[in-house]
Design a protein around this ligand. Sequence first.
Ligand code: HEC
Length: 253
Amino acid sequence: MKKFLVAIVMAVMPLAASASGAKAPLDHIEVDPTNQASLQRGMQTFVNNCMGCHSLKYQRFERTAVDAGIPNELVEEHLIFGDQKIGEQMTIAMSPADAANWFGNPPPDLSLEARLRGPDWIYTYLRSFYKDESRPYGVNNVVFKDVGMPNVLESLEGVKVNNCTPEELHAAHGKIDPLTGKSMNSCITTVKKGQLSAEEFDKVIYDLTNFLAYVGEPYKQDSKRIGTNVLIFLFIFFFFAFALKKEYWRDVH
Ligand code: HEC
């Protein structure tokens, strides 16, 4: 009985943990690791804008190139800076100690970020920076309060201000008007336009998130393919096993 009670408490505990603390609602996206065009754009955005600070140390350039359908020569020419080789991991030169000094917290490795936070969180986070002069880099973030990261895509996105009360933020953030596809969040407003429109920027972030979701599980497509083949094999093998069983038992009865 005691064990049973402990088991129940353990089962309910995660619920209690996720219920505590009001979190900003997240915008939902469907990631698609088979969409190679999206992975290619995501990788390009990542290498150009994020790899100055964040590594993907469990991922190799070559594996990424193959899965995203980019020829190795193009990756070597355009997506690898410095003297890294295509077979190497996607590491960076910035030392964590220096980074902690500059940013408060070192920029974490993002190989498993999509597994840790989920694609919805990343997609919302990257679109939720707003102007906040009290912060060292002049920006804050709706889903990651007092974040140490500057808004590196500000030139594309523009500058937003946040005039929301906490209640408004939690009620409105993440709601998308089903007719226009636009955010219904009216208390966060753009005060300076970027190079891209809101829809174009969302697409860039979708591709970037899709890429990071792929990096979290690069073997996912392999697992699906192998799983299907195993099931087909078992199906065919069943007939042979059945025929063999009949043969063995024929003389017994
Ligand atoms: C100038 C350096 C810098 C660049 C460039 C940069 N980041 Fe960051 N990023 C940081 C720092 C520092 C943190 C840690 C913030 C903290 O913990 O307060 C961070 C945190 C994050 C996190 C949250 C990590 C967590 O704690 O779960 C994500 C996701 C992220 N960055 C994604 C990106 C993406 C995607 C790009 C490219 C568009 C990018 N970053 C570019 C410095 C950078």
